[in-house]
Design a protein around this ligand. Sequence first.
Ligand code: PLP
Length: 466
Amino acid sequence: MHQLSKLPSVSRILSDTQIAALVDSHGQTVVTRIVRDTLSAARAAARTGEPVPDVTSLVSRVADTAQTLAMPRLRPVYNLTGTVLHTNLGRALLPEEAVTALVTAARSPCALEYDIEDGGRGDRDDVVAELLCELTGAEAATVVNNNAAAVFLLLNALVRKKKKKVIVSRGELIEIGGAFRIPDIMQRAGADLVEVGTTNRTHLTDFRAAITRRTAMLMKIHTSNYAIQGFTHAVPERELAELAHAHELPFIVDLGSGTLTGLERWGLPHEPTPGESIAAGADLVTFSGDKLLGGPQAGLLVGRRDLIKRIKRNPLKRALRVGKLTLAALEAVLRLYRDPDRLAERLTALQQLTRPEAEIRAATQRLLPDVQRALNALPVTVEIVPLQSQIGSGSLPVDRLPSAGLAVRPQGRKSGVLHRIETGLRELPRPVIGRIEDGALLLDLRCLQRQEEDGFRANLARLSCS
Ligand SMILES: *Cc1c(COP(=O)(O)O)cnc(C)c1O
């Protein structure tokens, strides 16, 4: 009891000059609450026999807590995982044009659903629909929150009570991650899944045999996040489209990732484009905005005018719509695709995917001394290693991009040290996210932009691995 009475009062702490400065930046309410919490923690600790802290120590605890609380939860990190479109790190980075467009839309009123020409009400889809049609060859287009929403919405809008069977190849009943499984989505959307073929081989005859009066559509789902290799067969889109049309059914393609132009011109593997599916006869194609397309999170639907119209009339369209920030960024990104010759310089995601290995290796040489210095008190070695980056977000799952990075390895058998370093890197003001593989902590430098290197160095100098 005698010890506890030495603990200063709330008002004593609040009258400290350093605390007054904290109140200026964080506000009275927050600081008072932190002071109370800090004092009760100290009181509880003193009861267990710990020494009572003095005012200086309490004030510095309050300042630390206030600083931590003021840090945004959604903080920038350095993505050194080697996965370019990393879903957990926010997928595609937006190009400057898109950032500017979304900031402008955030700051000012904009013609989101307003027709400037006649002063009447407009449709928010118009912001991007024309561009999407131009870039894919489709008749009509609409946008929702993400591709999962696009698939859900189209199923819900296009199946009917007596015509709700959706025929899909067994080899395409995929799980995307984060609880998006095709069979579950179908069920929730009110569709009945009809599986045809086998895991590795599906033929046109399998589809033909499954069509009945109750069939609503034939659907193809791009197996974006895995590949079946060896003795395989999938039915080409053109044949599926012909079969569907012969039975007056729509043929729908969920493309997952969607890039609007062939990636092979930059030496990347080919990824099917919505334009190709439309040309092959697909009636509707859905794809993501923030995968290979390199834009904001969105689900894009392009295809036949009558089907898009039905989808837009569905009440779920309103529930799944996108906001003006998304539309502003998406419009800016789509505009870049009008000039494919300069796309690799301007579209950040593509810039990262096509970054030459030699340039990444040069970055490792520039940063090796800094990483060595930051870790010099620890029993580890740091060296430059060749690495293989991944595209990510389920795009092109088996393809790898030659890259380079730094490998931190424990000396001797002290493997615990790697986890300490990994934690230390995550606790930096701007967390550095690498990956641990085969007993090494790997930092793939593909996604560290040249102009970020100085900031990276300054951040790294604050590393402590206790
Ligand atoms: C990624 C993906 C989805 C989900 O797209 P989100 O934009 O993440 O909602 C759906 N289908 C396929 C084939 C995908 O690859």
